[in-house]
Design a protein around this ligand. Structure first.
Ligand code: HEM
Length: 105
């Protein structure tokens, strides 16, 4: 699931006006909250989180016993999940917020 989100995020990064503006006007955009968030902070932190989840999955597979496997997953997945939760533009986020629902018309 994390990897599907990664692919969708990377695809979104190539088409989003936020990331395009961020990359094309880096010196000014890096000081503007919305552009910095989607152009750098959100994307980078999500990639870090997904890398940690992938490492956790690989480590768990190599453990000998079930309890060692569960322990490895609990530690790595929890750290990854915390980073993901912290990097989502919640409606109450102090960095950049997005609405929970958008009216269709
Ligand atoms: C677990 C992983 C991820 C989650 C849960 C997540 C979640 C979100 C959410 C909730 C939004 C706001 C959508 C809205 O406007 O309502 C968003 C936007 C965005 N995400 Fe992610 N994301 C993830 C990974 C990534 C990755 C890996 C990238 C790029 C490398 C990325 C790039 C973007 C961009 C560029 C936008 C802004 C799109 C726009 O409004 O133009 N995301 N993401």
């Amino acid at each position: 699931m994390a990897h599907i989100q990664l692919i969708l995020g990377l695809w979104l990064y190539t088409i989003s006006p936020f990331s395009n503006h961020f990359l094309q006007h880096f010196p000014e955009a890096v000081h503007q909250r919305d552009f910095r968030f989607f152009g750098m902070e959100h994307s980078l932190m999500m990639i870090v989180a997904i890398v940690l989840i992938t490492i956790g999955s690989a480590k768990a597979k190599r453990k000998a016993t079930d309890s060692q496997k569960f322990k490895a997953m609990a530690v790595w997945y929890t750290i990854g999940l915390l980073i993901i939760v912290a990097s989502i533009p919640w409606v109450f986020s102090p960095f950049t917020s997005r609405p929970n629902f958008r009216p269709l018309f």
